[in-house]
Ligand binder design. Structure first.
Ligand code: GLP
Length: 254
């Protein structure tokens, strides 16, 4: 595992965008796995900038989003379809047929999950996966569980996640109770993974994900076993990680 600790949210986002950009420059037909939530917002802004100044071209890129809520329309401003369109896709040149997000309104959710997983495989798998992390250690919407084995599947969201995500909705009651998510197995099959976290509400979860027992009750802990994973953290999220506090910029292999 590689650990990069930078001063603040902006530096974390710049670092993440630069790593995605390098991936695209080295392999213009890359398959990217993309995340939503507040954490990667500025990463998308930096990527848009890199596209606008012609450093990167996303014409050959294919994307697969990690997850989507079940039961809200694509046009709902809290859907991940809307998020991706408004925060990234409409500003760059990824072909619409190459943008993939699970359909949370599919009549048969199991069939949708099966076909999503199949599409990922048919594109040769994910080259580079971007992740955030939930307060309970979830990645995508893989909530704490008894097993790590799942591929893309429908999931009932935990009360903690519903509460945490209610900040984007009018009220907690409006937060969908269900989602579709790539599974931990799908994520672990990605060739390269970066996980971004900032702020003090992620500090303890990050500490457990990096140093804790590898346990499906903290889904992100399995990343300790990924052969090419980088955690990019700001100082606050990294504050329980020893030996980094008096360094300017920390780049560690654990
Ligand atoms: C959601 C998403 C995750 C995301 C997490 C953290 O539940 N499904 O992919 O990583 O929230 O969100 P935030 O970045 O807003 O803290």
């Amino acid at each position: 595992m590689r650990l990069i600790v930078v001063d603040n949210y902006e530096a974390m986002s710049r670092k993440a965008a630069n790593m995605v950009a390098a991936q695209i420059l080295l392999k213009p037909e890359s398959v990217l796995g993309l995340a939503t939530g507040s954490t990667p917002l500025m990463t998308y802004q930096f990527l848009i900038k890199l596209y606008k100044d012609e450093t990167i071209n996303l014409d050959g890129v294919t994307t697969f989003n990690l997850d989507e809520y079940v039961g809200i329309s694509k046009g709902n401003e809290n859907s991940y379809h809307y998020y991706m369109e408004e925060n990234f896709f409409k500003y760059v040149n990824i072909k619409s047929e190459n943008q993939h997000i699970p359909d949370g309104n599919a009549t048969n959710l199991e069939a949708e999950c099966f076909s999503y997983e199949k599409k990922i495989k048919s594109k040769g798998g994910i080259d580079f996966q971007v992740l955030g992390i939930g307060n309970n250690g979830h990645i995508g919407f893989n909530e704490p569980d008894l097993k790590f084995e799942a591929v893309t599947h429908p999931i009932n969201l935990d009360d903690e996640t519903i509460k945490a995500n209610s900040r984007f909705f009018e009220s907690e009651a409006e937060v969908p109770k269900k989602a579709i998510t790539m599974g931990v197995r799908t994520i672990m099959n990605s060739r390269k993974v970066i996980l971004l976290a900032n702020g003090q509400n992620k500090t303890e979860t990050i500490y457990k994900a990096i140093y804790g027992k590898i346990d499906p009750h903290l889904p992100a802990s399995i990343l300790q076993l990924h052969p090419d994973v980088t955690f990019i953290l700001d100082r606050e999220a990294a504050s329980l990680i020893k030996d980094t506090s008096d360094m300017q910029y920390v780049d560690l292999y654990l």
